[in-house]
Design a protein around this ligand. Structure first.
Ligand SMILES: Cc1cc2nc3c(=O)[nH]c(=O)nc-3n(C[C@H](O)[C@H](O)[C@H](O)COP(=O)(O)OP(=O)(O)OC[C@H]3O[C@@H](n4cnc5c(N)ncnc54)[C@H](O)[C@@H]3O)c2cc1C
Length: 302
């Protein structure tokens, strides 16, 4: 049985702010409800008030801003369906669009929001490795004011984590420097029966100048509390031309990352195999001109 709580439905950001200040007791934001309703129903969480933020138009936009080199700005209320069907997202943050396309089922994607995925901060959250690899920033507003920080920072430590009554308002993805070609990809191995569990995911962003790697960001999801970056490999490949042998090196480094992250865990044997398939898949997505076909099953694999 669903426990009792009251619901407030603000129609603007100003009304929402007023409700956050006015309401007493345990107050939670309700966006798509795909995580929260289950948690309330199971008794995992409780609330005196739910603020339904799904009717707030100021949280629903995808736009490009020309500040600095350019920014892709996404309101936290954007659903995964909107994210994965938007041309600006495909053009400027392909790995995020691919993550959006592969998360959950059609029904879940129609309701689940990017803000909810970030706030839930599940190790298996599909948008998270993509946002970390893109070096995205998140803006949150709360009783203590507004703050903007890297998504990676927010996920990495409890000090920066989202606090009670803090609202995720916006996600910003910086563009690459001019004259640099940026490519990105997201691949995942999930489960059809438990669609909320990404068993393993991998996001990569690479910036190329005349075929030379100028910047690389790799983030593995569902291996630790927050996405794990492969900083050593990112450094080693910097300044190098792309070569087909790099696919095997990526597979090797990812296997070592699994061994280090979850030594002795029951899933270790499975994940060290699975990550190798993901390595070849993402390499083929990023560098199709290298002529390697996708390893174990393609981008839409579950
Ligand atoms: C069947 C099923 C399959 C799923 N499959 C996947 C999957 O493949 N990949 C994946 O990543 N996830 C999956 N999920 C989990 C879930 O759909 C996502 O985490 C989703 O993005 C949550 O967003 P929401 O809008 O539904 O959040 P809600 O459920 O409304 O809220 C989740 C939490 O975030 C808080 N919150 C929501 N919005 C904000 C905001 N703007 N600011 C601050 N706090 C906020 C809420 O208070 C709550 O604590 C699945 C869930 C189900 C039930």
């Amino acid at each position: 049985m669903m426990p009792e709580f009251q619901v407030s439905c603000p129609q603007s950001l100003a009304e929402l702010g007023a409700e956050v200040s006015r309401l007493e007791g345990e107050v939670l934001f309700l966006s798509g409800g795909t995580d929260l309703i289950l948690e309330l129903r199971s008794g995992q969480r409780r609330a005196d008030w739910l603020i339904d933020i799904s009717q707030v138009p100021e949280l629903q936009y995808i736009k490009v801003e020309s500040r600095l080199n350019g920014l892709l700005k996404i309101g936290s209320g954007v659903t995964f369906t909107q994210l994965s069907s938007n041309a600006l997202v495909w053009e400027n943050a392909q790995c995020l669009a691919q993550a959006g396309k592969q998360m959950g089922s059609t029904q879940i994607r129609n309701r689940a929001t990017l803000g909810g995925n970030i706030a839930s901060a599940s190790p298996a959250g599909d948008s998270l490795p993509a946002l970390v690899a893109l070096e995205a920033e998140v803006t949150v507003e709360g009783p203590g004011g507004a703050r903007t920080l890297a998504v990676a920072e927010m996920l990495a430590d409890t000090e920066n984590a989202l606090k009670a009554r803090e609202l995720v308002t916006e996600i910003a993805v910086p563009f690459a420097e001019p004259r640099v070609e940026r490519r990105s990809a997201f691949v995942k191995i999930g489960s059809r029966t438990q669609v909320s569990i990404a068993r393993l995911s991998l996001a990569a962003v690479v910036e190329l100048e005349n075929g030379i790697i100028r910047k690389l960001r790799l983030a593995v999801g569902a291996l630790g509390k927050a996405p794990l970056r492969l900083e050593n490999l990112e450094r080693d490949w910097n300044g190098q031309p792309v070569r087909p042998e790099m696919a095997a090196e990526l597979a090797q480094r990812l296997t070592e990352t699994v061994d280090k992250a979850i030594p002795g865990r029951q899933s270790q044997a499975y994940k060290r195999q699975a990550v190798q398939a993901l390595a070849y898949d993402i390499f083929a997505e990023l560098f199709p001109e290298q002529g390697l076909s996708q390893g174990g099953g393609g981008n839409d694999r579950r």
